[in-house]
Write a protein that binds this ligand. Structure first.
Ligand code: PRE
Length: 284
């Protein structure tokens, strides 16, 4: 079995993959959409993609690609603690405070806003395809006098020196990753988790007063626990949004199908994006 993920080596996504998929063949891709395309093109059996961070919220490209471009079921979720470190090429270790640019993934940059604002006022902060891509770039160009925000594994992998540890602005920094697959993967057996979530995509009938209230009531009176409701643009016009709703349970035969039938009777469109075990892993 081959797992596609956001590369290069030593991204947070690879850390999440390695925690759960031991002994699988790993295939890094340059971007999140490229990882998902590889799955559609059957170059890999699974793709693991970041979906939500506790400090910065949803990874929009993942949600948008999954709802607008590809049709792949979510078969699992992995949540990983995230520790961001500032690193430089060893030759710039002494004068790291004078770097002329800081590179990282946009989500990692967002998780360290306070730190960057305080210590690198006026210094350009550039976003690249992943934290590990930033680390690799700095290893390849020592004369650039740049720093990267990435994880400890990336510092080791690319021979960089960590000069400030744990620079994320809030202690509780976790990111969740979706496991996507067309195959009937038994993620419960692989992860050992029996905690299930079901993710729905819901579009509302246009111009109907109180439609969202009615949607929520369909879940509320059945005592279905929602852990997330997120709106994303339909990309058809200003003010046109659909909703992504997470339910804290496995797709059953009565309650969730009943709620879906009620929503459809209201004129909503409903698609089940997946019903899957969700696991939390620890760093070594
Ligand atoms: O750049 C990486 O290392 C990634 O795996 C991507 C990503 C993300 O998209 O949120 C994953 C976890 C962290 O929140 C920061 C970056």
């Amino acid at each position: 079995m081959k797992v596609g993920f956001l590369g290069p080596k030593a991204t947070f996504t690879e850390l999440a993959v390695k925690k759960v998929f031991q002994g699988y063949e790993l295939e890094p891709y340059r971007t999140i959409p490229e990882s998902m395309d590889a799955l559609v093109d059957k170059k890999v059996d699974l793709a693991v993609v970041p979906v939500e961070n506790a400090l910065e919220g949803s990874v929009n490209i993942t949600l948008d690609y999954l709802t607008h471009v590809v049709q792949i079921p979510i078969v699992g979720e992995i949540t990983l603690p995230i520790k961001q470190h500032l690193m430089v090429h060893p030759q710039n270790m002494e004068n790291w405070r004078d770097v002329s640019v800081v590179y990282s993934h946009s989500h990692a940059i967002a998780q360290c806003h306070k730190f960057l604002h305080t210590h690198f006022t006026g210094v350009p902060i550039e976003s690249v395809t992943s934290t590990a891509a930033a680390a690799k770039m700095i290893m390849e160009s020592p004369d650039m006098r740049a720093a990267a925000i990435a994880n400890e594994l990336a510092a080791k992998e690319y021979g960089l020196a960590i000069v400030e540890k744990n620079i994320h602005d809030f202690d509780f920094n976790h990111t969740s990753f979706f496991v996507l697959s067309e195959q009937n993967l038994d993620f419960e057996a692989i992860s050992g988790s029996t905690h299930y979530k079901t993710t729905l995509m819901v579009t509302l009938p246009s111009d109907q007063a109180g439609a969202l209230h009615q949607v929520l009531s369909a879940f509320a009176w059945r005592k279905l626990n929602l852990s997330k409701i997120e709106s994303r643009p339909m990309k058809t016009g200003i003010g046109n949004y659909f909703f992504i709703i997470d339910l804290e349970m496995k797709l059953d035969e009565v309650l969730i199908p009943g709620a879906i039938a009620e929503l459809e009777a209201l004129g909503c469109g409903v698609k089940v994006l997946g019903s899957y075990p969700s696991t939390i892993v620890e760093l070594d």
